[in-house]
Design a protein around this ligand. Sequence first.
Ligand code: GCU
Length: 138
Amino acid sequence: NAATEHEAEDATISQGVVESNHAGFTGRGFVNYDNLVGSYVEWTVPNTSAGPADLTFRFANGTGVNRPMNITVNGVTVANNQAFNGTGAWTTWQTATVRANVPAGNLTIRATSTTVNGGPNVDKLTVSLVDGQAPSAP
Ligand code: GCU
């Protein structure tokens, strides 16, 4: 399935910083969420056709504690407290995927931390329409 990739460091960041001190990220770095409730990264992804899409977040969590986040598309919650469990090290990157029905047009995809630990470190978002069509190029 074709997909488009969207770096967290190029997205809108509220209460987080771009860092590059833990190897294995793509692009220029990753977002280190502030350790509080409500820190978020928000991507704008152009999308050519409506339908189910896989939203895949690449992340690292070097702690042993889940760092759940709420995922919204255009302000609508598509996953409540999506788990971002410990990956074993800050340099060990894994993915978590949320499937959501998305409309055509610009998608505003936001991942917001829901605990005082903040979010995991987030590298990028990959968006893949389940019917095999890619959203339009970024
Ligand atoms: C460490 C780590 C950061 C991480 C932070 C956290 O400081 O180096 O990359 O974001 O822990 O717990 O959120």
